[in-house]
Design a protein around this ligand. Structure first.
Ligand SMILES: Cc1ncc(COP(=O)(O)O)c(C=O)c1O
Length: 394
């Protein structure tokens, strides 16, 4: 059920503002792509066409970018945190050696004596930490990851398997961010965070640039198919939707593509920010099943883009999440994790409200782009959700 919505604008967007290019630009995106597409195991992830669901909903097309096979990490986050770690190592080596070191040399272990002394750290609800741990392993530095009380054991173990030391703290995601910040300061570790705040923006920018590799792939995969008219972006702190929104805004400004931000009703910090007109936090009182979206404080940079780039903010509850995961598995053989289906759930909710549909301009001509941001990032949890969902098809 759609629990809340907010209309952010009803006029055409201006061209992508110069000040936002300092956060994310097509040039940053190009640099990220040039680097990431050289990594071992890099492959474009599939773009599925959900034709049956589209015709059932009376919509022209639904595209679903499926991040479940992204490297071996099963989420789009692999594009961000890993790239952030690499950029940190490259920048640090430049400071120490006084020269630019190629990523090939970092990869080959030429500077391993220096790199092995670095420690990267982050707070996470699973996916970003896994990506940072993967980067640390790939490029040869140490890694400490902070998780909150509710992060599943499966997600914790996935990070440990990559060699990270994982520290569980009491409290929620936002508290783990604060503890990580303090520990990094006292131990001389470097934070590679996917959320940004005043005084900490350099690495979140790289991470956001890494996420946009998905769009480069999508554009290639569309071939002669039309660009989307509406993009649904599920949000935690807002770095992912901010990056995608910024890219489309800069490159396809004249197409006036509508951006719809989808949050859990238990963690609606961006909708609250949009409603109040200033960056605002919410207290997480209960964890949503969509663990990746359980964030109460927006990312400064993500919000900077979304406050003028997003057209609508909506929140959904957990009710339809298991059924929608099963719907994608049964009908398309798509492994969609909990946070993955948020966009489709929101679309189905909106579709039940003709008034809202009209206002959002969703109709039989619409072309919807959804991001399946994760696969079974905790396999046991995924299987139990699928098996316990007796109702099956929606
Ligand atoms: C699977 C998944 N989808 C979406 C998101 C949302 O990304 P962001 O927190 O940058 O808004 C996350 C964040 O962790 C995630 O893990």
């Amino acid at each position: 059920m759609l629990t809340e919505h907010f209309f952010n604008r009803n006029k055409l967007k201006t061209p992508y503002p110069k000040e936002l290019k300092k956060i994310i630009s097509l040039k940053d995106s190009e640099l990220a792509f040039e680097e990431i597409n050289k990594w071992k195991g890099y492959n474009s992830t599939p773009l599925h066409f959900l034709d049956e669901i589209a015709s059932e909903l009376g919509i022209n097309e639904i595209y679903y970018k499926d991040e479940s096979p992204r490297f071996d990490l099963k989420s789009f986050k692999a594009l961000g945190g890993t790239y952030g770690v690499l950029m940190f190592i490259q920048n640090s080596l430049k400071k120490e050696i006084g020269d630019i070191v190629s990523t090939k040399d970092i990869y080959s272990g030429k500077y391993s004596k220096i790199v092995s002394k670095y420690t990267v750290t982050t707070a996470t609800d699973g996916n970003h930490g896994r990506s940072v741990a993967f980067g640390a392993k790939l490029f040869g530095c140490k890694c400490k990851i902070y998780i909150h009380a509710e992060v599943s054991l499966g997600r914790k173990e996935a990070m440990e398997e990559l060699g990270a030391k994982v520290i569980r703290v009491s409290g929620n995601y936002d508290e783990s961010v604060h503890i990580c910040k303090n520990e990094a300061k006292s131990n001389g570790w470097y934070i590679i965070s996917d959320t940004s705040y005043k005084g900490y923006t350099e690495y979140p920018r790289y991470i956001m640039a890494g996420y946009t590799v998905m769009i480069k792939e999508i554009i290639n995969q569309l071939k002669d198919k039309p660009l989307p008219t509406h993009i649904f972006l599920q949000a935690g702190v807002g770095s992912f939707p901010g990056a995608i929104c910024g890219y489309f805004w800069e490159r396809f400004h004249e197409h006036d593509i509508k951006i719809i931000i989808v949050e859990s009703d238990l963690a609606g910090c961006l909708i609250k920010s949009a409603q109040t007109g200033k960056m605002s936090s919410v207290d997480i009182k209960k964890e949503t099943i969509m663990a990746g979206l359980s964030c109460g404080e927006p990312s400064l940079l993500g919000w900077e883009i979304l406050k003028s780039g997003a057209d609508y903010f909506v929140t959904i509850n957990d009710d339809l999440v298991p059924k929608t995961m099963k719907l994608l598995l049964d009908n398309y053989n798509i492994e969609a994790g909990e946070s993955s289906v948020a966009g489709l759930v929101a679309l189905m909710d909106i579709n039940n409200d003709q008034n809202l549909k009209n206002k959002m301009g969703i109709n039989e001509q619409s072309v919807i782009l959804l991001f399946g941001t994760e696969g079974a990032t905790d396999l046991k949890l995924y299987q139990s959700i699928i098996q316990n969902n007796k109702l099956g098809i929606i």
